[in-house]
Structure formats: structure tokens, C-alpha cells
Design a protein around this ligand. Structure first.
Ligand code: UD1
Length: 417
């Protein structure tokens, strides 16, 4: 099993190009299933979760060609409607094929994704909403079996809770529903805006009618077209935190800065100096890090996917900080490992109390999920001595060439087999 060795305390200095967004690519790849033609995608990140989605699409009959930054998905012979447990269990994002398969063929059988290490993560909201579009849904032997033999029908649906995945599944499905669908209380993560832009580009008819409401007029077919995926705002935030943590001097590029204005505001509050250009952000880390209280929330709030990374930074603050996790019930798994490196974090319910002035020391560590893994690397980058991080396959699910990128800006990082 591969491990990462990190020798800490180097200042990061230089430039990093930000990858295409994993969380925008997944729903867009699922949405290509609506097509019976070719879709050309640029900027899919080269990470494991995207490979898993491409394997799933191939198993459904899509023909896929990848060449550098370009990917062609050819669905002219895509006919299968069965997504197996063996593929869906690898990644929850796979469940997004349910909406497009059901909309295109009037039936789909997709493994229920189950929970994962960060929480129970049910899919009831997806299923209730698809039922409102006229689908008959049952759960059989761990599979969601959905049918709409006469096609889906437009409806007015208010999500009971803001869910990124349910909003995406429903937007895609409603593109082929007969008539008008209005979805309200939608998630409005930038990746959802990217999905909508993609769908409109291939001929769907979707309009935002208020901040969290969207109107979709069903169409019968979509067109052949090309699309470039947005930047990965979580990768961007992770490198900004890395710079703030190491008193670094880093420019990240290939980004749209206003999309991460909340993160930038918090980084300025802790004392980092930030200069914004059209497509890049320049950050200079400060020796004295100020404390901060943060709570995770749906966009435009602070992202849960950056909570673990920010917590590492707050360990170095001059006073105590609080981090409240409002999205997932079990997203503090990094805390035990950070405490082994010298952090003083205590958890009460969904709130972590972080004592400041931590001097991390290197240790042998275990990664537990994607963002927890990267937070351990961040702590190791600012630690005294050497750390070994085990189970880094989690990291490869979402970060493209992480050790290469970190090395290029002066970190001492090496992959061990
Ligand atoms: C997506 C992101 C993930 C991010 C999360 C929140 C992808 C591939 N994943 O996950 O990285 O951390 O948004 O920003 O884009 N819920 C229910 N019932 C449902 C659906 C969700 O109770 O049917 C709950 C979840 O358990 C969670 C909350 O709603 O507590 C938000 O989940 P959701 O927004 O759906 O997250 P995902 O789409 O799974």
C-alpha cells in the first residue's frame, strides 16, 4: 500500500496550477448519459474518482477516449441501465447516474450507495423528488429500482433539506421530463451552476428564477457539444491554507477568485496577505496567525470539504478557535491523528475546540477520508521532523499529482510503495 513521506517546516514558494473540479466533473459526466451523441469535455481532473465514474459510464455502454486534457464521451450505443454495487460502492457520486438513466430510458437499477466514513449519507431526498416527477421507486436487495414507462412528468418540488447530490440528480432528470419543473430550496454550489451551464450548452432549457429556485423545461434530445469544467475550489482552498500555514508565498492560477470569496475572507482574517487577479490568487502567509470561529454551511457558506484543512491552520493560531460542522455528523476523524501530532483539539457534539500555539511534530499517521488525508499532509508540512501518511489512496481520489505539485513549491514530499 502506498504511503507518503513528508519532512516538515519548509516554506512553500512558487506557483501551482489548479485542476478541474472533481465535484463538477462527476455530475457532468453523469449528465452526458442524456446524450445519444458525442460530448467533448476539457479539464476533467486526473483523479481516481473520475476514473471510477468513467469505468461506470463504460459499464453502461459509453465509449470513452481520453487524450491529455480532453475527453470524448460517445453515447451513440449507450443502452444499459444497470449500475452495479461493485462500482457504486467505490464512490457516492456514482448515484448521480440514476436521474439521467431514468429520464432517458424510463427505467434504471442503481445500487444504493450506503453510508461512508463521514456519515450515514442517505439518498431519501433524491428518491422522494424523483417520485414527484412520476417515477415508481422500490428498494430491492440493496438496489434502487426506478421506473417511469411513460416518461417523467414536470412537477413543482421543494427539497426538504439542501442537498448537493439531490439537486444535481433532479436537475438532470427534469431535463427530459415532460413539461415544466420547478425545483426550490436547491443547493447552489458553484459545481451545480457549472452543471446547469453544461446542460444548457448541450440544448437543455434551464433558468435560475431566484437564488435557490430553478425552472426546467423538458426537451426531447440533447446536442453534440464541448464544455470546459470549472476549477476545483477545494483543491484551490487546500493550497491557500498550505501557504498560510508555512508562511509561504504562493500563487495559484486557473481559478475564478470570486467563487471562493468566503474562504479568502477567512484567510485574510487569520492574517494572510492576499492579492487577487482575474484568474489567480497570490497569498503570503503571516507568522502570527489569528484565531477564528467557523461553521460549515451550504454554499455560499464555508465548505465542509475545507473544514479539516482550516482546522490545521487554526491549531497554529495565537488563541483558541471553534469549528462547528453543520453538514456531516462524523467529520472530525482527522482530530485524533492531529492530536497525535501535538494538536490540542477537543470535540463536543458537532463542535471542535482548538487550542492555539500548536507546534506539530512528525508522526506515522493513518488517512481516513479524502479531506482528512490532506489535512494530515498539511499538518506534516508544518511539523518538525518526518511524517509517514498511510492509506493515501483516499488522497488520490481527489487531488491530482499532489506530491508533484507540493514538491514544485519546495515541500519535501515523497511517495513510498
Ligand atoms: C456533495 C459533495 C461533497 C460535499 C457535500 C456537501 C460531490 C460528489 N460530493 O456530497 O464533497 O461534502 O456535497 O457540500 O459533489 N442528505 C440526506 N438525504 C439525502 C441527501 C443528503 O439526509 O437524500 C444529507 C447528507 O447526509 C448530509 C447533507 O444532507 O448530511 C448534505 O449532503 P449532500 O449535499 O447531499 O452531499 P453530497 O451530494 O453527498
Amino acid at each position: 500500500m502506498q504511503k507518503l513521506e513528508v519532512v516538515g517546516s519548509n516554506r512553500l514558494k512558487g506557483k501551482i496550477k489548479i485542476q478541474g473540479s472533481k465535484n463538477a466533473s462527476l455530475p457532468i459526466l453523469a449528465a452526458t448519459l442524456l446524450s445519444k451523441k458525442k460530448i467533448y469535455l476539457n479539464n476533467l481532473p486526473k483523479v481516481k474518482d473520475i476514473e471510477t465514474m468513467l469505468v461506470l459510464l463504460s459499464s453502461l455502454g459509453s465509449k470513452i477516449k481520453r487524450n491529455g486534457n480532453k475527453t470524448i464521451i460517445d453515447n451513440s450505443n449507450q443502452k444499459k441501465t444497470f449500475a452495479s454495487y461493485s462500482l457504486v460502492k467505490l464512490m457516492r457520486g456514482s448515484f448521480l447516474v440514476l436521474g439521467p438513466l431514468l429520464a432517458k430510458f424510463g427505467k434504471a437499477k442503481v445500487s444504493s450507495p450506503g453510508g461512508c466514513s463521514i456519515g450515514v449519507r442517505p439518498v431519501g431526498i433524491h428518491l422522494q423528488a424523483l417520485s414527484k416527477l412520476g417515477a415508481k421507486i422500490k428498494i430491492s436487495q440493496g438496489y434502487v429500482v426506478a421506473e417511469a414507462p411513460n416518461g417523467l412528468k414536470g412537477a413543482k418540488i421543494k427539497f426538504s433539506k439542501i442537498s448537493v447530490g439531490a439537486t444535481e440528480n433532479l436537475i438532470i432528470a427534469a431535463c427530459f421530463a415532460n413539461g415544466e419543473t420547478i425545483l426550490s430550496n436547491c443547493a447552489i454550489e458553484p459545481e451545480i451552476k457549472d452543471l446547469v451551464n453544461f446542460l444548457n450548452k448541450i440544448g437543455c432549457n434551464i433558468k435560475w428564477i431566484s437564488e435557490r429556485s430553478i425552472k426546467i423545461l423538458g426537451v426531447k434530445n440533447v446536442l453534440e457539444n464541448q464544455y470546459s469544467i470549472m476549477f476545483d475550489r477545494i483543491e484551490a482552498g487546500t493550497y491557500l491554507v498550505a501557504a498560510a500555514l508555512t508562511e509561504g508565498n504562493l500563487k495559484i492560477y486557473n481559478v475564478i477568485p470570486h467563487i471562493i470569496k468566503t474562504e479568502i475572507r477567512y484567510l485574510k482574517k487569520i492574517g494572510a496577505k492576499i492579492k487577487i487577479d482575474k484568474n489567480s490568487i497570490h497569498i503570503i502567509g503571516n507568522k502570527n496567525i489569528k484565531n477564528l470561529n467557523i461553521k460549515t454551511a451550504p454554499y455560499p457558506g464555508f465548505p465542509t470539504d475545507l473544514q479539516a484543512q482550516m482546522m490545521v491552520l487554526l491549531c497554529k493560531a495565537s488563541k483558541n478557535s471553534l469549528v462547528k460542522e453543520n453538514i456531516f455528523e462524523n467529520r472530525f476523524m482527522h482530530v485524533a491523528e492531529l492530536n497525535r501530532m501535538g494538536a490540542k483539539i477537543t470535540i463536543k457534539g458537532n463542535t471542535a475546540n482548538i487550542e492555539g500555539n500548536t507546534n506539530f511534530t512528525g508522526a506515522e499517521l493513518m488517512a481516513t477520508d479524502l479531506r482528512a488525508s490532506v489535512s494530515l499532509i498539511l499538518a506534516a508540512l508544518s511539523a518538525k521532523g518526518k511524517s509517514i501518511i498511510n492509506r493515501i489512496y483516499h488522497l488520490d481520489r481527489g487531488y491530482e499529482n499532489i506530491e508533484k505539485k507540493l514538491k514544485s513549491v519546495g515541500a519535501k514530499v515523497r511517495r513510498l510503495n
